[in-house]
Design a protein around this ligand. Structure first.
Ligand code: SAM
Length: 326
């Protein structure tokens, strides 16, 4: 039986990560970042491994010629091994953005951003799966920037970007600290949801809580808006209850001042473990001179994303709305 390119790469990542996990006494995900970097450089970079292991790994890396694989094949294989590693232990807020959602965001970015060249920021880049899904779908010249607080996740994002040959500028820092970047045309983010522990830092935000900890997802929205050009678009994966919390009135005032709501696309509840965990895609535009609101925001209840017929109809409807409102 012929194995697919994705399976072939998955097997290589998996087998070599298991060897490195054992030799380096580290976690599977850490070993995965190491093996990805080795594969990219075509050599074994870890001094700690024995000569025999080094030989064995080198042989396996040499059997694969990355230039024979498409960027999407590399992304999918890397995504599958990360998923395997994340099954061992991962916080809910660290989870990768699922492919189906990434594809939908790609479609939206493509339709809303009409310039052939633009700057894109993901302030919660995680493993880089969402950003690279978008980059692989767009036939445009995109300069991308990613920020991530977690050392391991950003290393996975860096290896992921290298293997797929995407020159993403990465910053390993708290995204709610000052970002040293020029304003971008678009932001995409699968927002981390919950409380932000740094109350002092939160003081710098209009969306800080009046008392106690502020919501990280609110501050992330404000920070993203600050770093977006006037008229730029922001695509966020948000919890459905975003406008229902006790701090929602602040958010509403902030939106009124700074943003135009272009659309809310509710993801099917069946994608989530329960109703309270369900999410939507929020499409925003930063206000600015000559920027007008749509006659009516795009409000959609998405069908099951794997139902291709219903999805095709839905995408046609969305495209029609964009043509009529932009
Ligand atoms: N889109 C990502 C992917 O495809 O892998 C997943 C994003 S995940 C839902 C949210 C990310 O936000 C996590 O990787 C988490 O570490 C990161 N994060 C949480 N708080 C942060 C902060 N203050 N600054 C930067 N990143 C943060």
């Amino acid at each position: 039986m012929k194995i697919s390119p994705v399976e072939q790469l998955f097997t290589l990542f998996n087998e070599t990560a298991l060897v490195l996990q054992e030799e380096l006494s580290c976690t599977y995900l850490e070993a995965l970042a190491e093996t990805g970097e080795n594969l990219f450089h075509g050599s074994v970079l870890q001094d700690e491994v024995s000569e025999l292991t080094e030989k064995r790994l080198k042989k396996q890396y040499l059997e694969i010629n990355l230039s024979n694989f498409s960027k999407e094949e590399i992304r999918k294989a890397f995504q599958l091994v990360i998923l395997k590693g994340m099954k061992e232990n991962v916080q809910p807020n660290h989870q990768m953005t699922p492919d189906s959602v990434g594809m939908l965001i790609s479609f939206l970015v493509d339709k809303f951003i009409q310039q052939p060249t633009f700057r894109l920021l993901d302030p919660a880049i995680g493993t880089g799966n969402l950003v690279t899904t978008v980059l692989n779908q767009l036939q445009k010249n995109v300069q991308s920037i990613g920020v991530e607080i977690d050392d391991l996740l950003i290393k996975l994002a860096y290896v992921n970007a290298n293997l797929q040959e995407h020159p993403i500028e990465l910053f390993n820092q708290d995204s709610l600290e000052r970002l040293f970047i020029d304003p971008v045309d678009a932001v995409i983010a699968d927002l981390p949801v919950g409380f932000y522990p740094n109350d002092v830092r939160a003081l710098d935000y209009k969306l800080k809580a009046m008392e106690g900890h502020s919501y990280a997802h609110h501050l992330f929205i404000e920070q993203s808006v600050r770093n977006t050009k006037q008229g730029g678009y922001l695509f966020f994966i948000i919890p459905n209850g975003l406008f229902e919390s006790e701090q929602a009135h602040q958010l509403r005032d902030f939106f009124q001042e700074e943003l135009i709501i272009q659309g809310v696309l509710q993801l099917p509840i069946t994608m989530f473990s329960n109703k309270n965990a369900a999410k939507s895609i929020l499409i925003l535009q930063k206000k600015g001179e000559g920027i007008t609101a749509p006659k009516q925001a795009l409000l959609v209840n998405l069908p099951n994303l794997s139902n291709s017929l219903e999805m095709e109809n839905m995408l046609k409807k969305i495209e029609k709305w964009i043509l009529e409102n932009k």
